[in-house]
Design a protein around this ligand. Sequence first.
Ligand SMILES: [Zn+2]
Length: 202
Amino acid sequence: MKDLFKGVKKFCSEEYGRKKKLFEELKESQAPHTLFICCSDSRVLPDLITESLPGELFVVRNIANIVPYWRESDEYLATTSAIEYAVLALEVDNIVVCGHSNCGGCKALMNPSSTGKMVHVAKWMELAAPVKEAVSSIEYEKNKQVCAEKENILQQIKHLMSYPFIKKRSDEGKINVYGWYYDIGVGAVYNYDWEKKEFTRI
Ligand SMILES: [Zn+2]
């Protein structure tokens, strides 16, 4: 196992020093330009793939980059509250929903029995149920998985638009909403082109 403590010591003695000025500027507040919603997958690193610095991205991660549809509730809604904070308090300019290749969450969606005892994962993935229907006619299994990963990005953007304050800002041109697909093995990121209705490589 990687020695995490060693990593922290190296960060404190080397990387922090290199970015000392930036960390000092950030110590009292943050003003990220982008809310970045991505999967918890260890291979998806938003700061790395966008070459962003601390303070730039407000990141929300969960299984399969899901956005729960809008509802007022007295439950403890982690993703919804983070989205609310990013948009209403931090007033981000952009929202990126970033899916990725070989997504375990999308695999679970396509094959619910694979979740076994992970009842909460199975339940969580119900938020992407329309995706399964949308790709049901695709025969080749590998294509089906990739299409589900891409379709899921668009489905979660639909959910984002159910948030009244996001819909309003989007309609007024005050916030940009992007759907991205990160292909891990290739090192490529694709942005959804709403006119062409396809993902095009950035
Ligand atoms: Zn994933």
